[in-house]
Ligand binder design. Structure first.
Ligand SMILES: Nc1ncnc2c1ncn2[C@@H]1O[C@H](COP(=O)(O)OP(=O)(O)O)[C@@H](O)[C@H]1O
Ligand SMILES: Nc1ccn([C@@H]2O[C@H](COP(=O)(O)OP(=O)(O)O)[C@@H](O)[C@H]2O)c(=O)n1
Length: 224
């Protein structure tokens, strides 16, 4: 197997971004954070006065922003209409509105197309992380991983990042976002039937990275 495509899905705070970046860097693969793309389009909607709860308005505007993702795992980037969006897409406002925007089918169709093009163009292969990569975006991925962790562990990790934020409020917000992402009609957050589930609650980040690297190596050996 010359080039390898790895899909990593799961709810918020399970370790998708940290694991995917590290695995891609170790194996010389590209890296794509698909959540950053949904955050970027959400940021554009907010900045341009589009009501994110008006699905028709979001659908009509969905084709306007030009979103570009840099896929070097050592320095992932995201721009919207040429402007660096890495900071603005992480605000609480974007986090609280992204599930409404990402549920709009026209948004998903456009972003899915973009993701498939990026994966196809990755010379040595790519690690793509999100919610629907194994089920919808790249159903033929060489390896599919579904990360899970208890809501308590996930909330503790997230509130550790956002210093001073209450862990209970973080947990409630995570549960609410997961519920919205899991219950939408178009490509909800779900484990693909052929994905390997890894519960990271009791694992260190290094253990999770090691586990995924081993699974990729096994796939590569089997394909020889
Ligand atoms: N297995 C783990 N044990 C402890 N902390 C972790 C683990 N995996 C990730 N983290 C930390 O949890 C936070 C959220 O991880 P992240 O990779 O952004 O998750 P996701 O992309 O699934 O939302 C980060 O601060 C990260 O360093
Ligand atoms: N493949 C994907 C990735 C993210 N998303 C949406 O984008 C949001 C933000 O994703 P993210 O990966 O940045 O979220 P965090 O868990 O890192 O906070 C999710 O809550 C989903 O609403 C999606 O619908 N499909």
């Amino acid at each position: 197997m010359e080039s390898v495509i790895v899909a990593i899905d799961g709810p918020s705070g399970t370790g998708k971004s940290s694991t995917s970046k590290a695995v891609a860097a170790k194996l010389g693969l590209s890296y794509l954070d698909t959540g950053a793309q949904y955050r970027a389009i959400t940021w554009w909607m907010i900045s341009n006065g589009v009501d994110v709860h008006d699905a028709d308005a979001v659908a009509n505007a969905a084709g306007k922003p030009v979103i570009v993702s840099g896929t070097d795992p050592a320095r992932p980037t995201i721009t919207v209409d040429g402007a660096d969006a890495a900071g603005p897409i992480r605000t609480e406002e974007v986090t609280s509105k992204v599930s409404a925007v990402s549920a709009v089918p026209e948004v998903r169709a456009l972003i899915t197309e973009l993701q498939r093009t990026i994966a196809k163009d990755a010379e040595h292969g790519i690690v793509v992380e999100g919610r629907d990569i194994g089920t919808t975006v790249l159903p033929d991925a060489d390896l599919k991983i579904f990360l899970t962790a208890s809501p308590e562990a996930r909330a503790a990790r997230r509130s550790g990042e956002l210093k001073g934020v209450d862990v209970h409020a973080t947990k409630e917000a995570l549960i609410k976002r997961d519920a919205a992402d899991s219950s939408r009609k178009t490509s909800p957050l779900a484990k693909a039937g052929d994905a390997v589930e890894v519960d990271t609650t009791e694992l260190t980040l290094d253990q999770v990275i090691e586990c995924v690297v081993t699974l990729v190596d096994e796939k590569r050996t089997a394909a020889k």
